[in-house]
Design a protein around this ligand. Structure first.
Ligand code: 5RP
Length: 258
């Protein structure tokens, strides 16, 4: 791995703990104005001091994020689909030169193993890895789950391992029973979990705790933070679990008291 690649990964996954709290706000690229993200800038601004990185599209960053913000960017560069159609039919929407102009610390696309356009999404990932390797920009692969697919260790392990074999530098997947098997399938490649649909705060914190206890390097969480009644409390609580190994009850107190 070249110096630039290592440096960019270190900006996201903090060397002190080997962990990270990514804040995902890229939902609009296929969901439109998702609850909590209509005025994306207002939602994100108070959360930035507690996030290690921001997962976002180029359009959202230019509209709503101050270029002076001191936050590593994980740039969503795939899209071309909406919730109204087949989700796996993604293309690459942003070229590597634009990712460099934005000063992205990583680029990301979704891979739909088992989806109608499985091959095309794996091809998207392989092209991004080739481009990323050229310029020292790591690629985060999202193991997206089609409507009919089970989010179990067998499926997520299959999808994650395929992304590793294609060359992804970070894997984003979902927490599931037997999560350790998913992490094992990824070898030395760091793994983070998505939060998924909004859960009660205690459950979301338990999921973050279980994920890091079973080998995840952290979270790339969106709705369970920005759709919470106390988004700042929630991101602080998630941070306490991810970086400080706090138990769930202590983290829940942090959420409630913020
Ligand atoms: C969609 C994504 C989103 O970033 C991710 O799913 C959002 O996080 P959350 O599920 O926690 O809201 O990658 O494919």
């Amino acid at each position: 791995m070249n110096w630039g690649m290592k440096n960019r990964i270190s900006r996201i996954i903090k060397p002190k703990t080997g962990r990270c709290v990514m804040l995902a706000v890229d939902h609009g690229y296929f969901q439109g104005p998702t609850t909590g993200l209509s005025r994306l800038g207002e939602t994100v601004e108070p959360l930035l001091p507690y996030a290690d990185a921001l997962m976002i599209t180029r359009g959202a960053i230019r509209n709503w994020i101050d270029p002076a913000a001191d936050i590593p960017i994980i740039l969503r560069v795939s899209g071309g689909i909406s919730i109204l159609k087949e989700l796996s039919n993604e293309v690459i929407t942003t070229c590597i030169e634009d990712a460099i102009r934005i000063n992205a610390s990583a680029i990301t696309c979704s891979v739909y193993v088992g989806g109608e356009f499985e091959k095309e999404t794996i091809e998207n990932l392989s092209k991004l890895v080739d481009e990323g390797e050229k310029y020292g920009i790591p690629v985060l692969a999202v193991t997206a789950v089609g409507k009919e697919m089970a989010r179990d260790a067998r499926y997520l392990g299959l999808a994650s391992r395929i992304c590793v074999e294609i060359g992804a530098h970070i894997i984003k997947t979902y927490y599931t029973e037997d999560f350790g098997k998913v992490v094992e399938a990824c070898g030395n490649v760091p793994v983070v979990i998505a939060g998924g649909k909004k859960l009660p705060e205690l459950e979301a914190l338990q999921m973050a705790f279980d994920a890091v206890s079973n080998g995840a390097n952290g979270v790339d969480m969106g709705r369970n933070i920005f759709q919470s009644d106390r988004p700042v409390g929630m991101i602080k609580a998630v941070r306490a679990i991810v970086h400080d190994n706090k138990p769930v009850d202590e983290a829940f107190e942090i959420y409630k008291s913020s």
